[in-house]
Design a protein around this ligand. Structure first.
Ligand SMILES: *Cc1c(COP(=O)(O)O)cnc(C)c1O
Length: 224
């Protein structure tokens, strides 16, 4: 292993406050990079393509907790539902329904996060705050016995403006408090705030992140 995965991983761990979990984003990186992190004790990994996961999962230890962090098409849900630990970027009721349907077939309860669109870029996926309010007030999710909504996920704008990043993360944190109080006050499982990536995770953890998704700072630049 030439790339210093181990050193980078320890640097990130050391920078994370207690209670913040790391999702090591291994997309576009080879299995031996995953194993270098695994051997240090990292168990949660994030991927964003179904086919890449299908290739990696059987080749790697089965106590890895895989998180699907990318945009998920409904026709791909059936492939990942049998083994995925968490689907982080649920951005429509249609997708939630498909996860429920496929999870029921394999008798699993799949953990999910609802993805918010707060960043200014139109290219980013996710629910606007109002669309998320609408999804929750609709109540259909309450009937889904095979889906567990564990919290919220978001990606901030691609900017160096730390004040703006801070505002976006805080908007997400305040929105978490709103929906926690309104819909999940008695549900201890609704506790995750997945925000923070390589370039902004130190800001994210100051704004109540519980889970950071970090790729480049651990595994280096991705070769697409
Ligand atoms: C790729 C990706 C990451 C990791 O990004 P880095 O900048 O490499 O840390 C985090 N979250 C999502 C949703 C991603 O697609």
């Amino acid at each position: 292993m030439e790339y210093p995965v181990k050193e980078n991983l320890h640097r990130v761990w050391d920078a994370l406050p207690q209670g913040v979990r790391l999702v090591a984003v291994s997309k576009f990186h080879p299995e031996d990079y995953v194993m270098a992190a695994y051997d240090e004790g990292q168990r949660v990994f994030g991927e964003s393509h179904e086919q890449e996961l299908a290739r990696k999962v059987p080749a790697l230890p089965n106590d890895i907790e895989w998180h699907f962090i990318g945009h998920l098409q409904t026709n791909k849900v059936k492939y990942i539902v049998p083994y995925i630990a968490m689907i982080e970027a649920v951005d429509s009721l249609k997708l939630l329904r498909e996860i429920e349907k496929q999870a029921a077939k394999v008798d699993r309860v799949v953990k999910v996060l609802l993805e918010l669109h707060i960043a200014e870029e139109a290219t980013k996926y996710g629910l606007t705050l109002d669309a998320c309010r609408e999804l929750l007030s609709g109540g259909e999710w309450r009937t889904m016995a095979h889906v567990q909504i564990c919290g919220l996920m978001m990606m901030a704008s691609l900017t160096d403006d730390e004040a703006q990043l801070g505002r976006e993360f805080q908007t997400a944190a305040d929105f978490f408090d709103e929906v926690k109080q309104q819909y999940f006050a008695d549900d201890a499982a609704f506790c995750e705030r997945s925000w923070g990536m390589s370039d902004d995770y130190l800001i994210a953890v100051r704004h109540h992140s519980t889970m950071v998704r970090i790729g480049t700072s651990i595994f280096g630049p991705r070769v697409y």
